[in-house]
Design a protein around this ligand. Structure first.
Ligand SMILES: [Zn+2]
Ligand SMILES: [Zn+2]
Length: 345
């Protein structure tokens, strides 16, 4: 037993993350003001009138965007693409005439890890997830297309494309580990507004995975204990054969979710198509619930870890104070709301 936490009056009071040592304290945050971040994202559309300038700004953003169709020559050489025919229910079909691609992959112009460390080869990849820069119903320049608006089948193909990129990166003998990373919104570190995801190959395990491997060596049942606890606290969103998703009390941000396959220790690219679809849909349902709010997600795999995804929501861009977080004491109610919203309850 390695989880440190305290439950009083049937609710969680605090819990220590077994991988990072960060302590989350559960507090009544219902009276806390969220105007600083949330208001900006959710009230803007109703508060502001749409102006002629908005249309101009949207057009200008498309003209400047290196990921928009017609600008393929502004990005490094293409590695792979997914054609519209491969995503039969692609939601952009009505608004995008004669699309040449739906998903494109190329190297990141700025590798996350210097190529000198990965056999003099750039092993950072960008997956442009859709040719559309804006939502079809966009009125303001901030109405960008986001992951939760792609549709289930499309998101599955995005992850399947990531799996192909993982295989490609691992062909390089200098690569020992690969992570998938998404930044949604500038508050989460996205530097391009056009919807995209990253795949990053590294020589060895990156520190976050190293910490997980270390904790797992210390307690081989750590993931099962987490799943048991979130179940007891009413935080499970979805559970199906081999997979569980939950609102995490030990995430990197106060509102974090995890999707874990507790008994699958392989890579995303080693999942059967059926299990990959289940994994993708479990992540997608959470992203669709969260909508356009700034967030990141990361898929961790390999090194004997169960395949899992962390989804961290930026209710506040920065939340950690001296190794502590505050989580809402009614997280069980939030999890129930998510289950209802995604139709699992
Ligand atoms: Zn664009
Ligand atoms: Zn992880």
């Amino acid at each position: 037993m390695s989880l440190d936490y305290e439950i009083r009056n049937n609710s969680l009071l605090w819990i220590k993350n077994p991988f990072t040592g960060v302590i989350s304290y559960a507090l009544d945050l219902r009276a806390k003001s969220f105007t600083y971040t949330l208001k900006k994202h959710f009230e803007r559309k109703t508060e502001r009138e749409v102006s002629e300038l908005d249309a101009q700004l949207r057009q200008q953003a498309i003209e400047e965007c290196p990921f928009c169709p017609g600008h393929e020559d502004r990005s490094p050489e293409e590695i792979m693409r997914v054609l519209p025919v491969e995503i039969p229910h692609w939601r952009g079909a009505g608004s995008t005439p004669n699309p040449k691609w739906v998903i494109r992959v190329f190297n990141n112009l700025f590798p996350r890890i210097p190529s000198e460390l990965t056999g003099n080869k750039n092993e950072s990849y960008l997956i442009v997830e859709d040719p559309r820069h804006f939502l079809d119903e966009a009125r303001h320049p901030d109405d960008l297309l986001y992951s939760g608006a792609l549709g289930e089948e499309h998101f599955f193909v995005v992850l399947r494309t990531a799996a192909h990129v993982i295989e490609r990166a691992l062909e390089n003998p200098a690569i020992g580990s690969v992570v998938v990373r998404k930044n949604q919104g500038p508050e989460s570190g996205a530097s391009q507004p056009h919807i995209h995801q990253q795949v990053i190959g590294s020589p060895g395990l990156l520190p976050a995975l190293e910490a997980e491997v270390r904790a797992q060596k210390h307690d081989p049942h750590v993931w099962e204990e987490i799943v048991e606890l979130v179940d007891r606290l009413g935080l499970v969103i979805e559970r199906r054969e081999g997979l569980v998703s939950y609102l995490s009390p030990i995430g990197a941000f106060p509102q974090s979710y995890e999707v874990v396959m507790p008994k699958f220790y392989g890579l995303l690219s080693q999942l059967s198509p059926e299990l990959m679809r289940h994994f993708a849909l479990a992540v997608y349902r959470i992203l669709a619930f969260l909508g356009p709010i700034p967030l990141d997600y990361e898929i961790h795999q390999g090194a004997g870890l169960p395949l899992h995804a962390h989804i961290n929501v930026r209710l506040f861009p920065y939340s950690n104070v001296a190794g502590t977080l505050n989580i809402p004491h009614h997280i069980g109610e939030i999890a129930a709301r998510v289950r209802r919203k995604v139709g699992l309850e």
